[in-house]
Design a protein around this ligand. Sequence first.
Ligand code: PBG
Length: 341
Amino acid sequence: MTTTDSRLSLVQRPRRLRRTDALRRMSRETVLTPSDLIQPFFIVEGRGQRQAISSMPGQFRLSVDVLVEEVKSLRALGVPGIALFPKVDDALKTVGGDEAWNDNNLVSRAIKTLKDACPEVMIIGDVALDPYTTTGQDGLMHDVAWPGTGAMSAEIVNDATVAALVKQALSEARAGVDIIAPSDMMDGRIGALRQALDDAGFERVCLLSYAAKYASGFYGPFRDALDSAPRGGLDKKTYQMNPANRQEALREVRLDLEQGADMVMVKPALPYLDVVMAVKQAVDVPVAAYHVSGEYAMLKAAAGHGWLDGDRCMMEAVLSIKRAGADVILTYAARELAQKL
Ligand code: PBG
């Protein structure tokens, strides 16, 4: 049988556009660029510190002096911004997390030093109490009575936490942060933060809301890095979202936009690409997605065993997050990807 005999009479042959590299490039729908990426950093006290994090190969806890050099070279690669997460000394942790709004804390010093050394870098400051609380919770834990009965229960209280988050955000704003990103999932914090920032003259500071943040197992390595895992058997399910829900993500996003969020985030990213896409379709603000520590760790672990081509899979994973609708991607792989792009 000749080729002619077996030829199908097809009008549409999608493979025509895949035949050469030039055709494939011409017909590609999504292009990842370093400008899409944000590099999260873990910071520690001291000088010359570059502490490896065993569950996150290639990531380190950096002291501020080392951070400055890292940030300069990242900027040279075209990555526009960074997010900071502090490893707080145990001695500074309290039930109330008061170190979070100490104007001379590690985060504030890092922001000021970076803004001096590298004024054009965009800095995203985290707002949540977990690095600072002895409970490891993002909010304040109080014994609360049920009105009318004597029954007491330990709860992460909402409104008192929001007041604390406002103090933390104002402290970061005074240090010079560009974007405040509350990752705590308390109700009403976006409105309270916008109001407080505006009242203090910080109307130029952006709010990037972790609007749809799930109670995820994929945060494990991050909690190793900061030693911030919740203690005493309590999890975060009373404030972070149920992984089973997508409709609720749209509600959270709507509420945060009504309260003045400039951008909204979905977190984690890869297990929630349907949520990223639904949010992108529902809003007219930039959508961020956080490719979290566990997503990074999985790829690094498999690559470390030689089971996957790590570079190729990392690129594919982050490209997929963009394809799903993310305009901004927080990823620990920002540097390595920018080097290849
Ligand atoms: C806590 C916070 C977490 C992450 C960012 N901010 C962990 C948590 O909610 O327990 C996780 C990020 C990651 O895993 O990379 N406010």
